[in-house]
Design a binder for this molecule. Sequence first.
Ligand SMILES: Cc1cc2nc3c(=O)[nH]c(=O)nc-3n(C[C@H](O)[C@H](O)[C@H](O)COP(=O)(O)O)c2cc1C
Length: 177
Amino acid sequence: MKVLVITGSPHKNGTTAILAEKFINGATEAGHEVSCFNAAFKNVHPCIACEKCHNTDTGCAFKDDMEELNPKLLEADAIIFISPIYYYAMNAQIKTVIDRFYANDAALHKNKKAALIVTMADDTTESADGAIASFKGMTNFLEWDIAGIITGVACGDVDALNKTDYPEQAYALGKNL
Ligand SMILES: Cc1cc2nc3c(=O)[nH]c(=O)nc-3n(C[C@H](O)[C@H](O)[C@H](O)COP(=O)(O)O)c2cc1C
């Protein structure tokens, strides 16, 4: 399968970066072709709802790094969203990318798998409720199958993450996708 990993964190060596690496190791070992788009290090303008993408044949008003992502998005068999929780939601960097899916809504409505991996400092899952609801709504709308959700509680930093089995869970998710 072609697997696309989209990450949101600006921490190159943070908790979600570790989980992304573990997921990619598992998926690569399983023989999948993995590509990665690290939203925090890309130039992606927020959607301004101008409808140019739907009402003209010239596509999105913004010619930015979504042009690099869009072909990968369209051809991916599985899309994995990996984000830290910021204020009870996926972070703005990754949500900005998701909003820009709007330009390809129709083409994205097809058989794909999707998974969500989030980390957060709290030791209960409440902080992830919004991100999970948003992810489930998006996958339902786009008719994608959910391959897994990893809710990484008590992962405020790498030391805390290393006391959990989320790295193993991320590896297994990639391996068994
Ligand atoms: C702006 C901001 C908002 C945050 N909001 C929450 C939150 O609502 N709930 C929570 O449990 N942790 C919250 N955190 C903690 C992060 O989710 C946590 O530190 C995570 O491990 C960061 O992932 P990273 O190392 O991959 O960047 C927040 C952190 C930041 C910087």
